[in-house]
Each structure stands twice: as structure tokens, then as C-alpha cells.
Design a protein around this ligand. Structure first.
Ligand SMILES: Cc1cc2nc3c(=O)[nH]c(=O)nc-3n(C[C@H](O)[C@H](O)[C@H](O)COP(=O)(O)OP(=O)(O)OC[C@H]3O[C@@H](n4cnc5c(N)ncnc54)[C@H](O)[C@@H]3O)c2cc1C
Length: 389
């Protein structure tokens, strides 16, 4: 067992950090408060080889590992937290599922634009009546000659105000086996995108309505029975979510540590108060332990897809600890930390959302408990035989 980065990983981390300091540091605060996708950063990152880190070289990606992409998120977030979203988009998000399962024609059509930062993709999974119970989705895809007709509504999709294409989870038929996914382009007749709404983080999302929306059969990404594959891809997304949560927590922790060394009250720096020293010590213990859980899940990923269990453990821990770190950093920095002129409050708001997004910390605990007891716990109410009579 080795707890050190390899020489190659150290060099990569160093080069990403230098890139971030040179190009992203200056506008980090303004970027955090801009609700829209930073296409300028995506284009720069593409030139630097930071888009498609986890995507195969034959698909014009970098052919790197999930661990490489985690390193990139950490280094970018340590300088400009908001820009880490671009690494998420380019290496962890729906693009990863798309590159894995897309047909050569689909990939040729959309990957070049996505990987050069000129286009962003959004994932439509959640519906008004299907949140944590994702398999209850109702958006339907009905065959219509060489086309499919889509009907339904999606909510809360990240990057939806800016996305040109959408990876939409749909129902081709009943049950788990009826779920698959399709690609829908902005502007397709019958695809109505509502006005932007805001999360607490300032990020915007739009309702996506499909009203007899007709798409060609070539736009099917995964047909009926594709749900399991979609979830394997989604575990990659969860690692990116975990990496950002912990990196944002670390960013806030570091800001608070600097602050505690220079801010004086009662004639001495804050770091000389034992109450704050122990707070930092407790946070450091959480940070170090959680970092290892994240690295385990990323480093053990098989063919780039991490195990569902290790991902659940890493995400539940990173989401909670990232938020705890940022939340305590706000407290340690007092009104300065609570002010929008620092990035600490931004990190806290973002981390809060990841405790809900992409598998809430409660749903992840359900998954972990199933592993602990080695049995499945159905979350649906039991169906009594007499109720059906
Ligand atoms: C910042 C952000 C970004 C998002 N981005 C996207 C995106 O890009 N695409 C997309 O499709 N969706 C996205 N979502 C939506 C996200 O996937 C859902 O919010 C999530 O699945 C939870 O669903 P819900 O909000 O409807 O909560 P609900 O499912 O209604 O749950 C409410 C509460 O009950 C708890 N709960 C529910 N069931 C159980 C259970 N069985 N056991 C214990 N507790 C339970 C939940 O953990 C939660 O705390 C995003 C959400 C956020 C906050």
C-alpha cells in the first residue's frame, strides 16, 4: 500500500496548479457569482488538455484515469472553485456515459464540440415525482416509425440554461427494464425549456418539457434495459461530485487557517485560542480520513467505473465533510467568512447542494447499509396480499 502520488501524478498536479494560478486565479470570485457556464474556461482547459481526461484517446479524450481527473479537480478548485465545474463537465458528467455508450455516429457528431468547450451537455434524470426514487420516472419514449415521441418533464438539471444537448433518462416500457436514455438537441420541436430558476448556490436550472417531441431513433443512447449501465456512468459523476465537495471544503479550511493566523482579537491571533485549535484539529482529522476514501474509490475504479459501494461511502463522507469544513470556516472567519467578498460562503452554499444532488447523503446511507447487511432493503411500502384482494 502506498499513500503517495506517483511521480507522474505529482508532475500532473503541479502543471494543473500552475495553469490555474496563471489563468483562473484573477477572476475566481466573479466566476463564482456568475450563474452561467464558464465557456471561456472550458476553451482554455481544452487547449491545456484538461477536457475529456477520462475519455479514451480514440474519442479525442486524454485517455487518463479517474484518479487523474480527481487530481485535476483538486488543483483547479484550490485556486478557482467554480472552474472545477468545468473539469466535472469534461470528465465526470453525462459526457462520460455518452462517450462510453454512444454510437460512432453520435460521438462523431457531438464529442468534438463538447471536448473543445464550445458546447455543454446537461443530464435530465429527475422529474417532479421522481427524485430519490429515480426509477419512478415517467418521461416516455414511444416508437413512431423511424422516430420516438417524447412526453414528460425534467427538473433541476445542472447546466440546462446553457446546454445545447441533453442526455435524458426515458421510459420505453414498464418497470426497471423499460428505462433507457436518449439525446435531445435544444431547438427540437416539442422540447420546451422553461425560464431559469436559481439554486441556493446561485447556479441556474430550467424545467425541461417534452410535448410530443419527435427525435430520430439514432438519438437513442441506451435502449430498454440501459438503466444499470446509466448508473455505472453515474457513479463516475458521483466521484466528481465527491471530489469537488471535499476540494471546496479544503479551500475554505485553508482560507480559515490563513485568517486565524493574521486576525487578532483580545491582543493575540485567533489561532492561539485553544477552542479554535481543536476545531481545526477535528476538521483536519475529518479531511485526511475522507480524502483517503475518495482516493480509494477513484484508484480502484475498474475500466474507469468505480464500485457502487466505494462510491457511496466516498460521496456520503465527502459531501458531509466538505460542508462541515466550509461551514466551520465561515464561523471561524466571522462576518468576513459570511461575506460575499470571500469565496468561503460560496463553498459552503455549493457543498450544501451536493448533500442533495446525485444521490442524497440519506440515499447513499441506504446503499451502504445494504452492503453492511448484505441484503436489499426495498424502500417501497410492503404490498400486502390482502390489499390486492
Ligand atoms: C445542486 C443540484 C444539482 C442537481 N443536478 C441535477 C442534474 O443535473 N440532473 C438531474 O436530473 N437532477 C439534478 N438534481 C436533482 C437531484 O438529483 C435530486 O434533488 C435528488 O435526486 C433528490 O430528489 P428530490 O430533490 O426530489 O428529493 P426527494 O427525493 O423528495 O427527497 C427529500 C428528502 O427525503 C430523503 N429521502 C427520500 N427517500 C428516502 C429514503 N428512502 N430513505 C431516507 N431518506 C430519503 C432525501 O434524502 C431528501 O433529504 C440536482 C439537485 C441539486 C440540489
Amino acid at each position: 500500500m502506498n499513500f503517495e502520488f506517483s511521480e507522474e501524478q505529482k508532475l500532473f498536479a503541479d502543471s494543473v496548479r500552475r495553469f490555474a494560478l496563471a489563468h483562473l486565479q484573477k477572476d475566481a470570485l466573479a466566476r463564482a457569482h456568475d450563474p452561467r457556464f464558464p465557456f471561456d474556461v472550458a476553451k482554455r482547459m481544452s487547449e491545456q488538455g484538461l477536457m475529456g481526461i477520462t475519455i479514451a484517446q480514440e474519442d479525442d479524450g486524454q485517455g487518463g484515469s479517474l484518479m487523474d481527473a480527481v487530481i485535476a479537480i483538486e488543483q483547479i478548485a484550490s485556486v478557482c472553485p467554480r472552474s472545477a465545474d468545468v473539469v466535472q463537465f469534461g470528465s465526470f458528467g453525462p459526457i462520460r456515459t455518452f462517450a462510453e455508450y454512444g454510437t460512432p455516429a453520435q460521438k462523431a457528431r457531438w464529442l468534438p464540440e463538447l471536448l473543445t468547450g464550445r458546447m455543454v451537455m446537461s443530464l435530465g434524470m429527475t422529474e417532479p415525482d421522481a427524485g430519490s426514487a429515480a426509477t419512478e420516472l415517467k418521461t416516455s419514449a414511444r416508437p413512431d416509425g423511424a422516430h420516438y415521441l417524447l412526453n414528460g418533464t425534467k427538473v433541476f438539471s445542472t447546466f440546462s440554461p446553457d446546454a445545447a444537448i441533453f442526455l435524458i433518462y426515458v421510459r420505453f416500457g414498464p418497470g426497471l427494464g423499460g428505462i433507457g436514455s436518449v439525446i435531445v438537441e435544444r431547438g427540437t420541436p416539442g422540447f420546451v425549456i422553461g425560464p431559469p430558476q436559481s439554486f441556493m448556490s446561485g447556479e441556474e436550472w430550467c424545467e425541461l418539457h417534452f410535448e410530443q417531441c419527435r427525435i430520430p431513433a439514432e438519438n437513442v443512447l441506451l435502449g430498454p434495459g440501459g438503466f444499470k449501465k446509466q448508473m455505472s456512468g453515474f457513479n463516475v459523476e458521483r466521484i466528481g461530485n465527491s471530489a469537488r465537495a471535499l476540494a471546496f471544503g479544503r479551500y475554505a479550511f485553508n482560507q480559515a487557517r490563513e485568517h486565524a493566523q493574521v486576525r487578532e482579537q483580545f491582543g493575540r491571533p485567533l489561532c492561539e485560542f485553544q477552542g479554535l485549535q481543536w476545531k481545526f484539529a477535528d476538521l483536519a482529522i475529518k479531511l485526511e480520513g475522507t480524502q483517503l476514501l475518495l482516493y480509494r474509490a477513484a484508484a480502484n475504479a475498474d475500466r474507469g467505473f468505480p464500485s457502487a459501494y466505494e462510491t457511496a461511502v466516498a460521496k456520503a463522507a465527502c459531501n458531509q465533510v466538505g460542508f462541515d469544513l466550509a461551514n466551520e470556516a465561515v464561523q471561524i472567519m466571522g462576518a468576513t467568512g459570511y461575506s460575499r467578498s470571500t469565496l468561503v460562503e460560496y463553498c459552503m452554499r455549493r457543498c450544501r447542494g451536493w448533500m442533495i444532488a446525485g444521490g442524497s447523503v440519506e440515499i447513499l446511507r441506504n446503499r451502504i447499509a445494504e452492503h453492511v447487511f448484505d441484503r436489499r432493503f426495498d424502500q417501497r411500502p410492503p404490498r400486502h396480499a390482502d390489499a390486492a384482494e
